[in-house]
Design a protein. Structure first.
Length: 241
């Protein structure tokens, strides 16, 4: 059994606003494309409106107030250090023995089993440029793997990491783990919206993340890949057809 989870929290001033509908659509996409035994969960203190099939995990409440100057909230950039709780040595009691964390702003269009059915204790989405080892949009781990990401964290260290790498939690993870961890990339059908790599990725794409200001629910039919996005980003494909 693997747990597939996402995170939902309020981000005042953020460039995007997320809500229960986004959780429900994400959960529906996961359900359509994953056949291995699994449970779908959301780490949130905003459970209203989330479908009853989605397990609610109470946020541990750690690192929520940490801010770094290199990742400016005034520009709407999210501070995601709270997600470092997944690296706790006792994470199994909160998130499950083995879990995947995925961002809500994604489109799932193909089988997820080939991505998650492996024996590695840690895997993460590859950075969106050659200067970034990892991207925080998706990771998979056996609980308790890479505990140093959690146990060595300090606010000062986070600032140093932010000067070396882009992001908040992903910068810290990159700083601590360095290069060399197993990753997913375009050869697995995992791409990011607007990247020059999309044309080179195997088609149909399995999974697309939206790291920028544009989110899947904002894409017009006439936009590049708009028809593909609008079809797959739905709670029910019959409604999207």
């Amino acid at each position: 059994m693997i747990r597939i989870l996402t995170w939902l929290w309020e981000q005042p001033g953020g460039r995007s606003t997320y809500n229960a509908e986004h959780v429900n659509i994400w959960a529906a996409m996961v359900s359509r494309h994953l056949t291995m035994p699994h449970e779908i969960a959301c780490v949130t203190d905003m459970p209203d409106g989330i479908d009853s099939s989605v397990k609610i995990i109470t946020p541990p409440g750690e690192f929520e107030e940490i801010r770094i100057p290199t990742w400016k909230e005034k520009s709407g950039l999210p501070q995601c250090f709270r997600r470092l709780s997944m690296f706790r040595p006792d994470a199994a009691g909160i998130f499950g023995d083995r879990f995947v964390s995925m961002d809500l702003d994604c489109v799932i269009a193909g089988a997820l089993d080939p991505l998650f059915d492996h024996g590695d204790d840690f895997r993460m989405y590859r950075g969106t440029t050659s200067r970034r080892p990892y991207n925080g949009s998706m990771l998979q781990m056996t609980a308790g793997a890479r505990p140093q990401v959690y146990t060595t964290f300090t606010a000062r260290g986070a600032i140093e990491a932010g000067c070396k790498f882009v992001g908040s939690d992903q910068a810290w993870i990159s700083h601590v783990l360095g290069w060399g961890e197993k990753t997913w990339g375009r050869e697995h059908g995992v791409v990011w919206h607007g990247s020059q790599y999309n044309a080179e990725a195997p088609k149909p794409w399995r999974l697309m993340f939206f790291q920028g200001r544009t989110k899947p629910w904002q894409v017009e039919q006439s936009d590049v890949d708009g028809a593909w996005i609008n079809f797959h980003y739905a709670a029910d494909l019959k409604e999207a057809a």
